[in-house]
Design a protein. Structure first.
Length: 666
């Protein structure tokens, strides 16, 4: 039995299929539209998944006369185990992937097979290099990986020449011809547990925004795009996927797309994007999430490509993808790192992002969870002490805390993509809807506070039950100055973004410095900051420097990842920031918004300690319609949640009880 899942939906370079081809009594293939994955998918991604599975079904049938058993079910492992018994399979082959849902389903299948021992489970990977297994165990920095890796990536496996069907048999609830339609695939959620039903309802309550991304996916389409890129280069691929760079008539569907088209429509067109960006954006979902083409197949094509400069940049992007896959596997093998939180990974647009989640699944009567977003250069682990403080403060009914590594930071991938504030905002929103999967309180520190405001403005109080700012970044004006700005500029930033990209909409024109200068400046800045990380952190933690030693080590490691300097360089591509006043007004206008501001009053950033009282007062008075509360933390600096998690946990719990839950604390 070969169990296909998102991540290996192809025939070429499929080690599981190649190994199963030698089975003396034949091969059976299956795919399950599993409720847990369906609940995470937007309409566009569900359509992509269905297209990729349908193409796989056609490929297996046309090449080998082999049917693909397909069904929709609440539990993939249970359905596969039952199918294995029905067709008398002795072995099942499954792709080992660090994504949380795949890790869980593999463990469940092993548990089912372990009870009887009559079905053997074999895992496989398709590493870019054959030594990847040992590298994931010994290399903890990208420099070590580069030094230890083999020079040439492993050649992809050819598809088996023959596959013998075990026997073609109709099994109840499994289809041998075609796929369950989209409606019936979603219907499986109606019969799943209450958590998934609520997640589906949550997704349906949020306005769907079609952003950048493919509209179809298949092995053939992925290979076509790869061939176009290797022969004609990045500009040809970009025009195929996104249209003409300077086509200002194209109406962007999202803020993220607006920011991308602003850069692509700049003076250098698609050449103004980061080297490797077009390849990464166009193929990331089909290659990294769906697995319609393997990284080894892509690497082999790139090594032979005639668009040499673009192919070199794309190969660097593949090496970065491989490194982060190995890093994720190493993280997962480290075992329990935090007392009350587990480390996990999910894919956003194909890119791996790390997060921490409660070790115990939240109970049905738990308070709304908190989604925490870190600041610049930090990561999700900075919130682990706060998660512990919240869990230990109320062991019977703890406040669940999730924290995410934003793209480009921590152990999340750092792809060669023009990362703007709107990319981060979309990543945060998707994580809340896909992984947290229930209305939540959104918390953010520093630039993460600005992302929290942005997500809250889009989601509204029905999904963002409350907003917590921890020494938040973001432009903040007095009420009078903000009203003056609106009159002089002709409306909010968002209203003007809907009208154009520059002076035509009373916005700054996009005039970036040359890419080589951006890259060089970012590299110099990064190299200058690395030796001083520990000292900088100590100055930002005035009352408790104990956490800074470990944090400095983590930040230094993260800064050595491939394309880490790109995150700094991307600041030259940021669109106009929406003022905090605009974001908070948008949040409050959709219902009863709730705001807690925990301000470290000894923060040396943002104007220094002398400016913190006015900064706190400014957030509290910016939008009178908000239910706002301030908690001045006198001795804390820029990261109060890490410097003094007990005090932040105490303030958060009081606010949750009195404001968010509308109850009086006992």
């Amino acid at each position: 039995m070969v169990w296909f899942r998102s991540g290996d939906l192809r025939v070429e370079d499929h080690p599981g299929l190649a190994r199963a081809a030698g089975a003396p009594s034949g091969t059976v293939c299956c795919y399950v539209f599993e409720a847990r994955e369906l609940a995470r998918l937007s309409e566009r991604r569900l359509n992509l998944l269905r297209a990729a599975v349908e193409n796989l079904r056609q490929q297996l049938k046309s090449r080998y006369g082999l049917p693909l058993h397909v069904c929709a079910a609440s539990s993939g492992p249970e359905k596969v185990y039952e199918l294995c018994k029905d067709v008398k399979a002795s072995d099942v082959y499954i792709h080992e992937d660090p994504v949380d849902l795949h890790v869980d389903s593999l463990q469940e299948l092993r548990a089912l097979c372990g009870e009887k021992g009559e079905l053997r489970v074999h895992t496989w990977r398709a590493p870019l290099r054959s030594s990847a297994g040992s590298l994931s165990a010994v290399c903890r920095s990208y420099d070590e990986y580069v030094s230890a890796r083999e020079e040439t990536p492993t050649e992809p496996l050819k598809a088996p020449t023959e596959l013998e069907a075990r026997f073609i048999v109709a099994v109840p609830s499994w289809s041998l011809e075609g796929l369950p339609d989209a409606e019936s695939s979603r219907e499986v959620l109606q019969h799943s547990d209450e958590v998934l039903q609520k997640q589906m309802a949550l997704r349906q309550s949020v306005s769907y925004v079609l952003g950048l991304g493919s509209s179809t996916a298949s092995e053939a389409e992925a290979l076509r795009l790869l061939s176009l890129f290797t022969s004609q280069g990045a500009e040809a691929l970009a025009e195929d996927a996104f249209g003409t760079a300077r086509d200002r008539e194209e109406v962007p569907q999202s803020k993220e797309e607006w920011a991308f088209r602003r850069v692509a429509g700049g003076p250098d067109g698609y050449r103004g994007l980061i080297p490797g960006e077009v390849f990464s954006r166009v193929l990331s979902e089909m290659m990294l999430w769906l697995g319609c083409v393997s990284m080894r197949t892509a690497a082999a094509a790139l090594r032979q490509g005639t668009a040499e400069e673009d192919c070199r940049a794309a190969l660097e992007a593949l090496e970065a993808n491989e490194w982060h896959r190995l890093l994720a596997l190493a993280d997962l093998s480290d075992g329990k790192l935090f007392e009350h939180s587990d480390v996990k990974f999910f894919r956003w647009r194909g890119y791996l992002c790390r997060y921490i989640a409660p070790s115990r699944p939240p109970a049905a009567d738990s308070p709304p969870p908190v989604l925490a977003i870190h600041g610049f250069a930090a990561s999700c682990t900075q919130f682990a002490p706060l998660a512990t403080a919240l869990a230990e403060a109320d062991a019977d009914r703890p406040i669940p805390l999730y924290a995410l590594d934003m793209l480009g930071f921590g152990h999340a991938e750092k792809p060669p993509v023009s990362i703007t504030q709107y990319v981060w905002e979309q990543c945060v929103k998707d994580f809340l809807l896909s992984v947290v999967a229930t209305p939540a309180v959104v918390m953010g520190n520093s630039i993460g506070g600005y992302m929290a405001q942005s997500a809250a403005a889009f989601l509204g109080p029905s999904v963002c039950r409350g907003l917590i700012l921890l020494n938040s970044a973001g432009p903040l004006l007095s009420m009078e100055d903000y009203q003056t700005l609106l009159r002089s500029s002709g409306g909010t930033v968002l209203e003007r973004m809907r009208e154009g990209y520059g002076s035509d909409a009373n916005l700054p024109e996009y005039a970036p410095p040359p890419q080589w200068l951006v890259d060089f400046g970012a590299w110099i800045l990064l190299r200058g900051l690395q030796p001083n990380i520990a000292g900088i952190l100590k100055s930002l933690y005035p009352s408790n420097t104990e956490p800074t030693a470990e944090l400095a080590t983590e930040i230094f490691r993260d800064s050595q990842d491939p394309f880490a300097s790109n995150v700094i360089g991307c600041f030259s591509r940021l669109g106009p920031n929406r003022p905090a006043n605009e974001l908070l007004e948008e949040y409050a206008a959709q219902g009863e918004g709730r705001l807690l501001v925990c301000q470290g009053m000894s923060d040396r950033l943002g104007g220094g300690p002398g400016n913190q009282p006015s900064r706190l007062a400014g957030f509290l008075s910016a939008v009178p319609a908000l239910k706002a509360r301030g908690e001045p933390l006198q001795d804390c600096g820029h990261c109060p949640h890490h410097e003094n998690p007990a005090d932040v946990a105490s303030a958060l719990r009081r606010w949750m009880q009195e404001v968010v839950l509308d109850t009086v604390p006992s």
